[in-house]
Design a protein around this ligand. Structure first.
Ligand SMILES: C[S@@+](CC[C@H](N)C(=O)[O-])C[C@H]1O[C@@H](n2cnc3c(N)ncnc32)[C@H](O)[C@@H]1O
Length: 209
């Protein structure tokens, strides 16, 4: 196992949110190099490719689990200017700040109540965050609450996590309850083709009702 692969295992072995945040704080400076050069991280680009189909350039967008801001950088290249970065890790947010693309930075925990008023955002994007040991399926309730009716929620998810960690049931329940409607879901793709070719993601696009 390479040093980079060991670092990812170390992140995923965190026992609670406090430890997870501390470990991301420590990883923050090396994250971009590890993910982009080491793993060939394609998650941000694939999710942004979907978001641009639906979300106008003047939209206010929450990047939930923004990390070091790789998603924000790509959104800025597409002409988006009104973006908020939120993450559990202050260290990751400090790296995101250096990208000069977000207007605001907030440390918050997905899975807990978010400190935003209802209907705050036109869209939310969340890449590599809704997963085991990170943000649980129950996070989706708050993401919907803070998105305006008619707004979009775009996120990446591993198919096995969708099946086995409560997302399938949660996503369907929210649709049955008339909280959101499924717009589209992508084919499975390899988001980490260099480092973890066995991992697959899909991009989900929902519209809040
Ligand atoms: C794999 S990184 C993805 C970062 C960025 N979205 C990207 O695509 O490069 C996961 C990010 O989610 C954050 N995170 C993990 N659990 C979280 C939670 N419950 N609430 C908010 N952020 C969380 C981590 O601190 C980390 O920055």
């Amino acid at each position: 196992m390479t040093e980079r692969e060991k670092r990812v295992q170390w992140i995923y072995s965190s026992r609670d949110n406090k430890e997870l945040a501390e470990r991301y704080d420590q990883w923050a400076r090396d994250y971009d190099e590890d993910l982009e050069e080491g793993f060939g991280w394609l998650g941000p680009q694939r999710a942004v490719d979907f978001l641009v189909r639906y979300v106008p350039r003047e939209a206010k967008i929450l990047d939930a689990g923004a990390g070091t801001g790789l998603v924000g950088e790509l959104l800025a290249k597409q002409g988006y200017k009104n973006m908020v970065a939120m993450d559990i890790s202050q260290g990751m947010l400090e790296e995101a700040r250096k990208k000069n693309v977000y207007q605001e930075f907030h440390q918050m925990v997905m899975g807990e109540p978010l400190d935003y008023p209802t209907d705050s955002f036109d869209a939310i994007i969340s890449v590599g965050v809704l997963t085991v040991g990170h943000a649980p399926a129950s996070s989706l309730d708050e993401l919907i609450r803070v998105t305006k009716p008619g707004g979009y929620i775009v996120y990446s998810l591993r198919p096995d996590v969708y099946r086995d960690s409560g997302f399938k049931e949660k996503q369907s329940a929210l649709e049955s309850a008339g909280r959101w409607r499924l717009v589209e879901v992508s084919e499975e793709f390899q988001p980490l083709p260099k480092g973890e070719p066995d991992v697959y993601h899909q991009v989900w696009v929902y519209q809040v009702v």
